[in-house]
Every structure is written in structure tokens, then in C-alpha cells.
Write a protein of this length. Structure first.
Length: 416
């Protein structure tokens, strides 16, 4: 089997990734290409001194500066307010759920369920996505090509009523804002985050603050990163190094869709045309023998009405993938071992039930999903490598944790 040098695809992917039209947001972008083995970790963000409260991003080595919309500059105060709101169940109509209920830090901001369950008990169609490095996501949610900014995205779980009620705030906005106003902690936090506004309590500011917090969910200090970027040659085991090599090989093709610093091709560059390349059909289903996915989850097709967009979804980041089971847009694959089986077969075969079909024969499947044969030891190595992307510091970082702890002065109920 022909293997490419892992570092080559990583550098290549990232350089392509960083070559998009510059809007000023990616001026620090570069990865690994020429860094000397003894270079110390660099905080790319501090090239220019931060203004008074500009958020002091401590970016991992090789990470470009995230895109931040001009209308919502990132400040430490907004991030702190956003963290409180992200974990506050008072932002659901029945005060039972917060963003953090479905996006739990220990699970890399997922919920461990095949599909999510909203505050009213209604089932979502899809699996809760990891918010790992969501600041770099080119598009948001599994199938949507036009939702690109975090500020409007939070409106979906906050106010969405059709087809699912997540937080169910529609029609209860004022009630919720009153609950926040009544909390002295929020009086301070809102005033600090939005200085000079008479009454800063409104939903636009809530969404700006939540988006600001989400932009700080940056993960890039896994053992893989220590090995790849900080020249710690012992950070990976021999088996994990073999897995990395396989992951970057033309035989497995993983890197085409999961390449670059964030292990996904769906990374943000303002100005890059959206569409074809960012969504892929991996042959998960073929329910009618003509390529159909189950009717409630047809992917990109739902937005474009283009028949060939059947079953195309965003390739998620693989960072912290060990923690985000079950997998795929509908949570239909339980383990990483089964994910490898799916790709190795060039698509999944389901033998019985309403979703029966031969996914490998899906006519809309990406040409990169062509199957491969690996020894059991090599399959194990790929899984071992994927697990080396777990970033424990990220999963336990107190700055990203629920601030409404039992001993906090405000004592608001927290998400589960
Ligand atoms: C009931 C569970 C649930 C709640 C509550 C919830 N989410 Fe989600 N989240 C999901 C699911 C499911 C998806 C995938 C949605 C889809 O594909 O349509 C998702 C997707 C996302 C994404 C897209 C990530 C990506 O990489 O594309 C973001 C961002 C996000 N949620 C943020 C939030 C925020 C902010 C809140 C609170 C305002 C929130 N979520 C509340 C379940 C939930
Ligand atoms: C043609 C692009 C493409 C290739 C090649 C590819 N993937 Fe994926 N990957 C995707 C897409 C798209 C999804 C989401 C599919 C869905 O939910 O329907 C995905 C999902 C995954 C998931 C689950 C992610 C999650 O959060 O649920 C894992 C793990 C994964 N891929 C690993 C791999 C590995 C390992 C390889 C190489 C053997 C590989 N991928 C090759 C596009 C690709």
C-alpha cells in the first residue's frame, strides 16, 4: 500500500485551507509548513497587542485566528456573559434545558445520544454536533449550506418551533429576559459586555454573547498536536503513528474530507464559494436502490433541491471524536470501529428494516469512498490514532465550564 507522509497532507491541506481570499481574519494563518523542530509554541494571536478588552486568544500552534464578524467584536466580557447564558436553563421556556444540556463539555460539547431530545421531550432529527473549534466551521449544522454565522445559528435552538422544540423560547422572549434582568449577576455581566447601552437585555445581545463564548471553544492541544506540531516524538505510540500514516494515505482517503488543522474540509474562509466540495455522501444509506437516504434526512438536497445532493452532509471535525459517540448525522453508528468498517466497505449495508439497502452502491456517493482492505491490526491503529485527537485540557478547561456551580453566589439552576 502506498503511504504518503502524514506531515505532507497535513501541511498541504492547511495551506490550501489558508489560501482563501483574505478578509483580514486569517492573516495569522499558517501551519507547520516551515517550522523548525525546536520552535516554541507560538501564540499567533498576539502579533498585534490586544485592545482594552479584546479577547486574549491563546491559540494552539498552527491555528489561524478565527473569523469574527465586524458587528460582534470578541471581548473577554462578552465571552464571560456568553458562558453564563450558554449554561443557563432560564433560556428555555420551561426552564429545563440550556445549550449545555445538549452540548456538554466532557463529551466535547455533544450529548451522547443518537439524536437529541428537546426541552419539551420532542426528538430532534439529528445528532448533536460537537462544538469543538466551531469558530472555524464554514457552515453550521449537518446539512445547511447557508447558515454560516454563529449569531443567527443560536436562534434555531432558542426560537425554533418547526420541526423541533429545543429551548422553545418563541413567544416567551420577554419572560426569559425578565428572568435574566432579575439576577444581579447578569446586571453586572450585561453592563460589562455591552457598555453604554441603556438596557442591554435583549435577544440580539444574548445571541452575540453566546456566539462569542462559542468562538473560544478551541481545541488543539491533544497528544497528536504535541507530536505533530511541538515535535514531541514520543507523544504518540508506534501504533498511533501507524494509524496517522494510514489516515493520510491515498488508500484510505480520509484526509480529503477530514484534512487540515481541524480535520475537516468545511473550514471557514470568507469569500470561498460554498457548495459542492463541503458536503459529501459517504454511502450510509441506499433505501430505494437508487441512492435515497431516509426521507427525514436527505442532507443538502433539502436546501438545494438538486437530486445529486442526496445524502450529502458536512464532514465534521474529528478532533475529540473519541468523546462524541454515537456518530454520523443521525447517530446511526455506535463506535469508531464500526465507522472504519463502514468506510472499509465503501458504504454501509443494512440488511433488514425500513432502511435496508446497499450503501456502497449509492450512485451519489463521493468517489473518495471506494473501500479498502486493512488488517485487523491496522484498523485498530486507525482508531488508536483517532483517539489521540482527544484534548483533555479542552474537555476540562474551567474557562469553558458551567459557571452556575452549586457554590456560586447566583445559584441559578444549571443544565443537567
Ligand atoms: C435539544 C438539544 C440541543 C440544544 C438545547 C441545543 N442544541 Fe445545538 N445542536 C443540536 C443538534 C441536534 C444539532 C445538529 C442540528 C442539525 O443538523 O440540524 C446542533 C447543532 C449546533 C451547532 C452547529 C455546529 C456545527 O459544527 O455545525 C451549533 C453552533 C449549536 N448547535 C449551538 C447551540 C447553542 C448556542 C445552543 C443554545 C442556544 C444550542 N446549540 C442548543 C442539539 C441541541
Ligand atoms: C468523501 C468525504 C469523506 C471521506 C473520504 C471520509 N469522510 Fe468521514 N465523514 C464525512 C462526512 C460527510 C461525514 C458525516 C456523514 C453523515 O453524517 O452522513 C463523516 C463522518 C465521519 C465520522 C463521524 C463524525 C461524527 O462526528 O459523527 C468519523 C469518525 C469519520 N467520518 C472518520 C473518517 C475516516 C477514519 C475516514 C477514512 C477512512 C473518513 N472519515 C473518510 C466525509 C468523509
Amino acid at each position: 500500500m502506498k503511504l504518503r507522509a502524514a506531515a505532507a497532507w497535513l501541511s498541504f491541506a492547511a495551506l490550501v485551507a489558508c489560501a482563501g481570499p483574505s478578509d483580514g481574519a486569517h492573516d495569522n494563518a499558517s501551519l507547520d509548513a516551515g517550522h523548525a523542530p525546536d520552535d516554541p509554541p507560538v501564540n499567533r494571536a498576539d502579533a498585534a497587542p490586544p485592545t482594552a478588552s479584546e479577547y486574549p486568544f491563546e491559540l494552539p500552534f498552527g491555528f489561524p485566528k478565527p473569523y469574527v464578524p465586524a458587528a460582534n467584536p470578541l471581548t473577554a466580557e462578552k465571552v464571560e456573559l456568553g458562558r453564563h447564558l450558554f449554561y443557563d436553563v432560564r433560556l428555555s421556556a420551561n426552564e429545563t434545558q440550556s445549550c449545555g444540556s445538549c452540548h456538554q463539555q466532557a463529551l466535547a460539547f455533544t450529548d451522547g445520544r443518537p439524536v437529541s431530545v428537546g426541552s419539551t421531550g420532542q426528538m430532534h432529527r439529528r445528532n448533536a454536533m460537537s462544538l469543538t473549534n466551531v469558530a472555524y466551521a464554514a457552515t453550521l449544522t449537518w446539512p445547511n449550506p447557508v447558515l454560516t454565522d454563529l449569531e443567527p445559528q443560536s436562534g434555531v435552538p432558542l426560537f425554533g418551533i418547526d420541526p423541533v422544540i429545543e429551548l422553545g423560547l418563541k413567544g416567551h422572549e420577554e419572560e426569559a429576559l425578565d428572568r435574566l434582568r432579575a439576577d444581579t449577576r447578569y446586571q453586572t455581566l450585561f453592563a460589562a459586555a455591552f457598555p453604554g447601552q441603556g438596557d442591554p437585555f435583549d435577544m440580539v445581545n444574548v445571541q452575540r454573547a453566546i456566539a462569542s463564548f462559542e468562538r473560544t471553544l478551541v481545541s488543539g492541544t491533544s497528544r497528536f498536536d504535541r507530536y505533530q506540531y511541538l515535535s514531541d516524538k514520543n507523544a504518540l505510540t508506534v501504533e498511533e503513528k501507524r494509524g496517522l500514516e494510514l489516515f493520510g494515505s491515498e488508500a484510505l482517503e480520509c484526509f480529503h474530507c477530514h484534512g487540515g488543522f481541524n480535520f475537516t474540509d468545511a473550514v471557514v474562509y470568507k469569500g470561498l464559494p460554498l457548495g459542492d466540495l463541503n458536503f459529501h455522501n459517504t454511502g450510509l444509506y441506499n433505501v430505494d436502490g437508487k441512492g435515497a437516504f431516509p426521507a427525514d434526512n436527505v442532507g443538502l438536497l433539502e436546501f438545494t433541491a438538486k437530486p445529486s445532493d442526496m445524502g450529502r452532509f458536512k464532514a465534521p471535525t474529528l478532533r475529540n471524536i473519541e468523546k462524541t459517540a454515537p456518530y454520523m448525522h443521525d447517530g446511526s453508528i455506535a463506535t469508531l470501529e464500526e465507522v472504519i468498517e463502514h468506510y472499509s466497505a465503501g458504504g454501509r449495508t443494512i440488511t433488514s428494516g425500513p432502511h435496508a439497502g446497499i450503501g456502497s452502491a449509492n450512485p451519489f456517493k463521493s468517489s473518495f469512498i471506494s473501500g479498502f482492505s486493512l488488517t485487523a491490526a491496522d484498523k485498530h491503529a486507525v482508531v488508536a490514532f483517532l483517539k489521540s485527537l482527544t484534548d483533555d485540557a479542552f474537555l476540562t478547561n474551567p474557562k469553558l465550564a458551567n459557571p452556575w456551580s452549586a457554590n456560586s453566589d447566583a445559584g441559578a439552576p444549571s443544565g443537567p
